[in-house]
Design a protein. Structure first.
Length: 189
């Protein structure tokens, strides 16, 4: 009987994940940043100007390079974006750290989307490579993260590999991106 209940419970959890929304519009992302989607005490996306994507085109815990799920999002590039005015004077380029931050925003968001509780924080990555740049003449930036692992033992941590793609060309890669969720009981010092 307990095996039947366990199997039923696992199936219920799988159905809950499968029933979750698998893409988000700009307005839905902004609602998440305001705490309207998952609450103020759970991970939220930043608000503009630090929000680094306009829409999440896919989020799921199946498929991807490692079979554990993947996340994709897009940012429309407009030459009037705030960072082009100040980075660098007369030589505008999107700071690479903003593309990396977008990957952390997405991977952390995926934990809250999957039903875990706590406030999200970036925890690092193993390696970042930049092989291109995002200029005002660029049109579209795509982000993709392939999830490798979710660890939930008091502290919840997600690990994945990410790519930043400018107009169809991979220009940044980040391996072993890590983000975690923290509560009052397990907050970082």
């Amino acid at each position: 009987m307990s095996e039947l209940l366990k199997s039923s419970k696992e199936q219920s959890n799988t159905n809950n994940i499968e029933a979750r929304q698998s893409s988000f519009t700009c307005d839905e992302i902004l609602a998440c940043g305001l705490g309207e989607t998952y609450g103020l005490d759970n991970g939220r996306l930043p608000l503009p100007n630090m929000l680094m994507f306009d829409r999440i085109t896919h989020i799921g815990l199946e498929g991807g390079e490692f079979g554990k799920g993947y996340i994709t999002a897009e940012l429309d590039i407009d030459p009037s974006k705030w960072f082009f005015e100040c980075h660098f004077y007369k030589d505008p380029v999107m700071p690479g750290c903003l593309g990396l931050d977008a990957l952390w925003q997405l991977i952390g968001f995926s934990l809250v989307w999957a039903g875990y509780k706590g406030k999200g924080r970036a925890l690092g990555c193993s390696e970042v490579k930049f092989t291109g740049q995002i200029l005002p003449s660029s049109k579209l930036v795509e982000y993709r993260i392939d999830i490798k692992r979710i660890i939930s033992r008091g502290l919840v941590v997600i690990i994945g590999d990410g790519k930043v793609i400018r107009d169809g060309e991979v220009i940044y890669t980040a391996s072993n991106l890590k983000a975690g969720l923290f509560t009052e009981n397990n907050k970082p010092v």
